[in-house]
Design a binder for this molecule. Sequence first.
Ligand SMILES: [Ca+2]
Ligand SMILES: [Ca+2]
Length: 133
Amino acid sequence: MFAHDVPAFFSDANRKTDDESSTRRAARQAYYRKASPPEIRDMMLWVYPPKVEKPPEPKRLSEAQKAEIKSIFVLYDLNDNGLLDKKELLEALADTGYDDDEIEEMFEEYDTNGDGDIDLHEFERMLEQAYLS
Ligand SMILES: [Ca+2]
Ligand SMILES: [Ca+2]
């Protein structure tokens, strides 16, 4: 940088503070003209760091929510065998406003291992959306 550039350099640097700090802009303007292309690239990365897209944290049920779901499961599991069969689910959801077809559909959808029962794990999946949304 030449001495006669200095006043303009600073006034310019101080004026433009919109999306990069004046210090960074000053540094970029001071060194830009002598920089080699890789150096320019490095400076641009410094001034405009690439946005690191963090993948959203997968939503998980908390231990408290899991415990709550389990207590509901136990309540629905009328014969206490650790599984909800279709009849138990129909009975459990009878008052929720779902009709039998919808409940049966839900049952088929969430009985992911197809054994004809909803186990606790499948039941968690069933309620997960309601809990996490
Ligand atoms: Ca049962
Ligand atoms: Ca199952």
